[in-house]
Ligand binder design. Structure first.
Ligand code: NAD
Ligand code: WQD
Length: 337
């Protein structure tokens, strides 16, 4: 039985990936410091799957904590979700972002190699692509970042590629996620942001549930069909199944491979508000606000490589994403609390 360590596995994407792995016959072990999540998400994963697994509450930056996990469990591969992820916050406290996001990867790789664990999947992001690219972005598009969070992703990609080059048998898959949204169809797990949500879908969800009054649409004068920003929103369950496909790949190859995970389709802010209004059964109020600094007009993936090499494609629609988000939000208005 293949056993996978999920670092940051109590979080939004980690918990959904845990479900897909357990349902596909993998064993899992989870480590998370719960700095941006709740242990309740893992109880819900157990409820959905009917399966149990070990959980360690620990900081992945602490190698000794990882050493203990690798000593107590026979691990075949690691999926590394752990880290801080708020773009705006990373501009305010860059040192913390560099310290946590880089130290986590360094400690993890040192401990993995020491214990002979040679397969790792890393959560990267479309944010590593520079603004001067034409859409859709392929894995060969130019790289470059506009904020410390993005730089931590690019630096981690470099670190992992260098380790793979220097370490025979080491295998790395870098997954560049576009915009993960939605929730598990059971309504038991979903995104649980602390404070005011930074991202569009969780913000809309809080307006829909009555926690906030209206949506601010950041600019309607972009060069896009309706003037609002266009993104590649990807259902989190599709994203989770992308990790299962990547796991199969990483365990059977050496070196580094990079994949975009997206739908390949662009959706505007107004498209999203319309679809969510349909899902929750009422017209959601929005106001046009100024553009948000650093935003691009249009971002979407060329996900051909993931299809050809991993055999993975996203299957869920925008309406599925909104319906499943609403199912989660309406049944858990305060998230896991
Ligand atoms: P999340 O915050 O819900 O999950 C990250 C988890 O890591 C949390 O449970 C948190 O408690 C844990 N964690 C943070 N620092 C840790 C540490 N030092 N030690 C142990 N655990 C730690 O975020 P998510 O949305 O599930 O994202 C997962 C990964 O995917 C992140 O690396 C993120 O940067 C990346 N990513 C996310 C998105 C997105 O839009 N959600 C897009 C692209 C990439
Ligand atoms: C989407 C669109 C906004 C909020 C971010 C990170 C990226 C990745 C995914 C981690 C844009 C508009 C938003 C709101 C709005 N994360 N918007 N009102 O910026 O594409 O990507 O999350 O790696 O790195 O930058 O996602 O959801 O914030 O914005 O009008 O209240 O919605 O302007 O066009 P983004 P988002």
């Amino acid at each position: 039985m293949t056993r996978v360590l999920l670092c940051g596995g109590a979080g939004y994407i980690g918990s959904h990936t845990a479900v897909e792995l357990l349902e596909n016959g993998y064993d899992i072990v989870v480590v998370d410091d719960l700095s941006n999540s709740s242990k309740e998400s893992l109880e819900r994963v157990k409820k959905i799957t009917g399966k149990d697994f070990p959980f360690y509450q620990a900081d992945v930056c602490h190698k000794s904590a990882l050493d203990r996990i690798f000593e107590e469990n026979q691990i075949d591969a690691v999926i590394h979700f752990a880290g801080k992820k708020a773009v705006g916050e990373s501009v305010q406290i860059p040192l913390e972002y560099y310290r946590i996001n880089l130290n986590a990867t360094l400690a993890l790789c040192e401990s993995m190699i020491q214990h002979g664990v040679m397969n790792i999947i890393f959560s990267s992001s479309a944010t590593v692509y520079s603004a001067d690219n034409k859409v859709p972005f392929t894995e060969k598009s130019h790289l470059g970042c506009s904020n410390p969070y993005g730089w931590t992703k690019l630096m981690n990609e470099q670190i992992l590629q260098d380790i793979a080059k220097a370490t025979p048998g080491f295998s790395v898959v870098l997954l560049r996620y576009f915009n993960p949204v939605g929730a598990h169809p059971s309504g038991l797990i979903g995104e649980d942001p602390q404070g005011i949500p930074n991202n569009l879908m969780p913000f809309i969800a809080q307006v829909a549930v009555g926690k906030r009054d209206h949506i601010n649409v950041f600019g309607n004068d972009y060069d896009t069909p309706d003037g609002t920003g266009v993104r590649d929103y990807l259902h989190v369950v599709d994203l989770a199944s992308g990790h299962v496909a990547a796991l199969n790949y990483v365990m059977n190859h050496e070196g580094t491979e990079i994949f975009n995970l997206g739908t390949g389709k662009g959706v505007s802010v107004l498209d999203m508000i319309k679809s969510y209004s349909k899902a929750c059964g009422r017209i959601l109020t929005y106001v046009i606000a100024p553009r948000r600094a650093g935003d691009l007009a249009t971002v979407y993936a060329d996900a051909t490589k993931a299809k050809e090499v991993l055999g993975w494609t996203a299957t869920k629609t925008l309406d599925d994403m909104c319906a499943d988000s609403w199912n989660w939000q309406s049944h858990n208005p305060n998230g896991y609390h």
